[in-house]
Ligand binder design. Structure first.
Ligand code: BTN
Length: 250
């Protein structure tokens, strides 16, 4: 594929970069359009939650991609951006977050970044808006165990500096989404970075809670959890990594 031309629209304040970019995507904006804001008045998180951060304290951006993937492979698109963000953080601060299924970057048990991906249109190609919030100097909401790049490394990264390197890392991975070999490579990188695998997890779904061993991620990005000997494929849910008390570990 030809190199992506990134076109960055900066806002001092906006309701939500995802909402703005989804509208542009519907109007036919090309892949590579990026919205970045110092502050969001109605930032959105997964599962209809709010995403709040003081002005300038986080990277708050959304990226429009038009990859050659089926709608049921949205999780791979998220993985592509999450891996780019992780690589960018390693380059700029030395912090190497792990990925937590489905869409978080974590350090230890603390969340440092979250992603929200939305399919906007399904034409010849998907139009996907991938939003990401990275805590740079602000440690996230009080009700979530969270941290920031500065708390973890002492390094103060500005939002534009992180965006620049994140787009560079994304460019290096983006073409992988368009071929089955590339998708397999991406899936491997994703699974290696995914700290959820091999962990005892509690999955909070809309109508129930599962507790079991997370063993793998299938080709659709669903988390496979073994509950009482049966494999359950989880599509949506909040995952808690359960700590096994010492002495009970096998
Ligand atoms: C989550 O962890 O729940 C996902 C958070 C995603 C937040 C980002 S900030 C930039 C973009 N615009 C939004 O309204 N949300 C995403």
């Amino acid at each position: 594929m030809s190199p992506i031309i990134w076109r960055i629209e900066h806002f001092d304040e906006i309701d939500s970069t995802n909402t703005w970019l989804a509208q542009r995507a519907l109007e036919g904006a090309p892949e590579g359009l990026v919205a970045v804001a110092d502050f969001q008045s109605a930032g959105r998180g997964r599962l209809d939650r709010r995403w709040e951060s003081p002005p300038g304290a986080s990277l708050l951006c959304s990226i429009l991609l038009r990859p050659n993937v089926a709608p049921d492979q949205l999780q791979l698109v998220v993985a592509c951006v999450a891996l780019a963000a992780r690589a960018a953080l390693v380059r700029l601060s030395g912090v190497r977050p792990a990925l937590k299924w489905p869409n978080d970057l974590i350090v230890g048990d603390a969340k440092i970044a979250g992603l929200l991906a939305e399919i906007v249109a399904v034409d010849e190609r998907l139009a996907v808006v991938v939003g990401i919030g990275v805590n740079l100097t602000h440690e996230g909401p009080a009700n979530v165990v969270s941290t920031s790049v500065r708390a973890e490394s002492g390094v103060t990264i500005t939002p534009p500096a992180l965006l620049d390197i994140l787009l560079d890392e994304l460019e290096a991975r983006r073409a992988s989404l368009d071929s089955s070999d590339g998708q397999a490579t991406l899936r491997d990188e994703y699974q290696r970075a995914l700290v959820t695998l091999g962990r005892l997890v509690r999955v909070e779904r809309t109508n129930d809670v599962l507790v079991g061993l997370a063993t793998s991620v299938d080709e659709f990005g669903q988390l496979i959890v073994v509950v009482n000997g049966e494999e359950v494929a989880v599509t949506v849910g909040d995952v808690v990594h359960v700590r096994v008390p010492e002495g009970e570990q096998s």
